[in-house]
Design a protein around this ligand. Structure first.
Ligand code: UDP
Ligand code: MG
Length: 320
């Protein structure tokens, strides 16, 4: 690894052919203004469009550009982790490819880093051009997560942040398969600070985070940072037993002292449906944890690399 690199910019890309060239130009302009050595590390997370070819062309004319091609789509959080594994810089910045995170903010982050902070994360003051559904679910998610975990995970903060080399090295030791990177950065500690920004609209293209991936991310976040959902079964069990006990007293009383002994079956059906629903939910929660325990024990590598371009030394061959 070339250790004279001061800044590594990690850019995960998945089907971003419409934006990647512009993102490169904007990042280049910002990073050139630092007058220090840097690298732009693109992680191609199994794109099916022309993203890889466009970055490859950039690699050919600019040796600050590096490219790692995954063998398939492994997901945003894993792409970021691969970036951290390969970054050579003293400070490492993670940024989305779609220009929702303004590259110019990197200069403010660098300033804070030079003041001595090890993590500078960017909190979204406002989100532009996203659906109310996304904004609302995101806002609820960050708050639920915060109330469930002891780790101090900042709200309304994505993966756009700068981390120091020592934070990056600590992150590399975290071997979890189901990863919630922004939570792990909080978990490793060090001196952290925030800067605020307004999240822009996507420059072009559509979101690569459909509902399915949003649910996966939030479940990973909650299950890897909290056991509280498992305790739900216990609390609910106590609550339901107390209610059932009261009802039992009532039923016995009715049988002994009133003539209307056989009441309708409605109450039986209602309670049985309710209890069955509750049991299924709790089984589901337990299943989420067991599935993740299984993932961890399988111990598969986090990602598979197809090819690397722009790295000194052992360059791998690739064909498109
Ligand atoms: N991304 C990725 N793999 C995926 C999904 C997304 O590498 O499976 C990248 C994507 O190219 C972008 C970043 O992660 O650079 C954030 O995705 P997106 O902007 O679609 O998410 P949103 O901002 O809508 O939450
Ligand atoms: Mg985006």
């Amino acid at each position: 690894m070339d250790s004279d690199v001061r800044y590594s910019i990690i850019i995960p890309v998945y089907n971003e052919e419409e934006v990647v060239a512009v993102t490169y130009e904007r990042l280049k302009e910002v990073m050139d203004s630092t007058n220090e050595c840097y690298e732009l590390l693109f992680i191609n997370d199994g794109s099916k469009d022309r993203t890889a070819q466009i970055i490859l062309e950039l690699c050919m004319k600019d040796d600050t550009v590096k490219l790692i091609n995954f063998s398939r789509n492994f997901g945003h959080q894993i792409a970021i982790s691969a970036g951290m594994d390969h970054a050579a810089g003293q400070a490492i910045v993670v940024i989305d490819a779609d220009l929702q995170d303004p590259p110019e903010l990197i200069l403010d982050m660098i300033e804070k880093w030079k003041e001595g902070y090890d993590v500078v994360y960017a909190t979204r003051k406002k989100r532009k051009g996203e659906t109310w559904f996304k904004k609302w679910t995101a806002a609820v998610f960050y708050r639920v997560l915060r109330s469930m975990t002891e780790v101090d995970i900042p709200v309304d903060t994505g993966d756009f942040r700068l981390i120091d080399r020592k934070v990056c090295d600590a992150m590399k030791k975290v071997k979890e398969k189901n990863r919630f990177v922004r939570g792990l950065v909080s978990w490793v500690g060090f001196r952290q600070t925030a800067i605020e920004y307004i999240r822009e609209e996507r420059f072009a293209g559509k979101t690569k985070y459909p509902l399915r991936k949003m649910i996966k991310l939030s479940l990973d976040a909650i299950t890897t940072f909290s056991h509280k959902p498992l305790k739900l079964a216990t609390y609910l069990g106590f609550l339901l037993s107390s209610v059932s006990f009261l009802y039992l007293i009532f039923a016995v009383f009715e049988r002994l002292f009133t003539p209307n002994t056989v009441s309708g079956w409605t109450s039986i059906v209602a309670t049985s449906l309710f209890f069955n629903g509750t049991i299924l939910i709790i089984l589901g929660i337990i299943g989420e944890y067991i599935g993740r325990i299984y993932d961890e024990t399988k111990n598969r590598p986090l990602y598979i690399i197809d090819s690397k371009v722009g790295f000194k030394g052992n360059e791998e061959k690739h064909d498109f």
